[in-house]
Write a protein that binds this ligand. Structure first.
Ligand code: HMG
Ligand code: MG
Length: 374
């Protein structure tokens, strides 16, 4: 067998697979869209430093979290969820998030292009914690208003998180869905006034650990619309439990389409508990969604969703999307290294099959190089 260098392998794979995806894209396009050039860019939102680590029982030093973010910032990723301004009584692992935001603004994080750093903020107290740090560094981040010129500074995003079921809302936020939306309103308004982008999650959109599989898509659409009307820039649909399946992912996205929600405003956030995340990603991709959340090394889990495991691994997501000819802009070899490193740091196994395969192939290639030629 011919031994290919990683670069040659990637380039061949990309050429072959671009053809496949063009087939996939045109099969679903309306005739009027067929003339338009095909845009194969996909945004990956790396949620490892927040969703990936929040559920870890052992306290992870803030220096390790910053190291993780620094490594991720060099891989081509453009959005990194870096922390969470929530009650430390509820999620102790996230209590140093202020130090992380402070580091981003004060010391800076080298990256080949400006990065958006995202932080959860479920209430006014979360907004105030973020704002007091931001106000100390007003010139260290780029405001994200539509009129703002391109900047080399990082952007900051706040994320609110609603639930699609009353049971999950109570467990995760200690209030009803309606109460949570009222609490988010000033957070969204305050963040927008400060020039921050706002993301809004709708958790348990494809299954709830307390109410089961049948989460009405119409309800998810209604909550998503409320959040967009409030001013959120993007809805991330959370399959918190990994209970989503391909047909139900399609049905959910159809509900959002009927409700008039544009694909550009939607991201998918799949946990991979039942191994369906990439199948569901393919369905969402075909539907027209172009933003996907993932976590390096497959780390993750929600403390208030019993049994839910990690987010789909970033390594798996990059490999899968690139194999379809999509352009993630993310260096697979680099994220594979980070996945291996961070899972060791937190004392667990690397949950990314792609990460392990990439590292294994590299080890074999290195071994082959050192075998003397006969
Ligand atoms: P509560 O107990 O009802 O709130 O919790 P409270 O207002 O009564 O406050 C209780 C204590 O928390 C007070 O402190 C507050 O000051 C403090 P005390 O007076 O007792 O010393 N507090 C805060 N401290 C820091 N930052 C804050 C804050 N707010 C209150 N922002 C609350 C309500 C929302 C605070 C609580 O339920 C909470 O923090 N929940 C967060 C749960 C969480 O973080 N879950 C994981 C993230 S969501 C997720 O993972 C899903 C996602 O990945 C998508 C998906 O997969 O579906 C996003
Ligand atoms: Mg999650």
């Amino acid at each position: 067998m011919v031994a290919l260098t990683p670069m040659l392998r990637r380039s061949l794979l990309r050429r072959l697979q671009l053809r496949n995806l063009r087939g996939l894209a045109t099969a679903t396009d309306s005739p009027s869209h067929k003339q338009q050039s095909f845009d194969n860019r996909v945004k990956i939102v790396e949620v490892g430093p927040r969703d990936g680590l929040q559920n870890e029982k052992k306290s992870i030093p803030v220096a390790t979290k910053i190291d993780l973010i620094q490594r991720l910032a060099k891989t081509g990723l453009t959005t990194i969820e870096a922390g969470s301004f929530v009650s430390p009584k509820w999620v102790p692992q996230m209590q140093a998030s202020g130090d992380i935001l402070e580091h981003i603004l004060q010391t800076g994080i080298p990256s080949p292009h400006p990065i958006t750093y995202s932080f959860l903020a479920p209430n006014i107290k979360g907004l105030e914690s973020a704002s007091s740090i931001l106000s100390r560094h007003p010139t260290s981040f780029a405001p994200t208003t539509t009129s703002s010129p391109p900047s080399s500074l990082p952007s900051i995003e706040l994320a609110v998180f609603a639930a699609a079921t009353e049971s999950f809302s109570r467990k995760n936020l200690n209030c009803t869905i309606a109460e949570s939306l009222e609490r988010f309103r000033p957070v969204v308004a305050g963040a927008k006034a400060a020039g921050l982008r706002v993301r809004a999650y709708v958790s348990v959109a494809l299954g709830c650990p307390f109410e089961g599989y049948d989460v009405p898509g119409g309800r998810v659409a209604e909550i998503s619309r409320d959040l967009l009307e409030m001013g959120a820039d993007e809805i991330s649909l959370g399959d918190t439990t990994g209970m989503g399946t391909a047909p139900r992912t399609k049905a959910l996205l159809d509900c959002l389409r009927v409700a008039g929600i544009r694909n550009e405003d939607v991201a998918m956030h799949f946990h991979d508990t039942f191994g369906q995340a990439l199948v569901n990603t393919a369905v969402a991709l075909e539907h027209g969604v172009r933003t996907f959340d993932s976590s390096v090394g497959g780390l993750g889990g929600c403390p208030y969703s019993p049994g839910a495991t990690g987010n789909v691994a970033t390594e798996n997501m990059v490999y899968f999307l690139e194999s379809l000819g999509m352009d993630t802009g993310v260096d697979l070899d680099a994220v594979a290294d980070i996945g291996e490193w961070i899972t060791r740091e937190v004392g667990k196994g690397n949950d990314s099959v792609v990460g392990k395969a990439v590292l294994g192939a590299r080890r074999r290639e290195k071994g082959a190089e050192t075998v003397p030629q006969t």
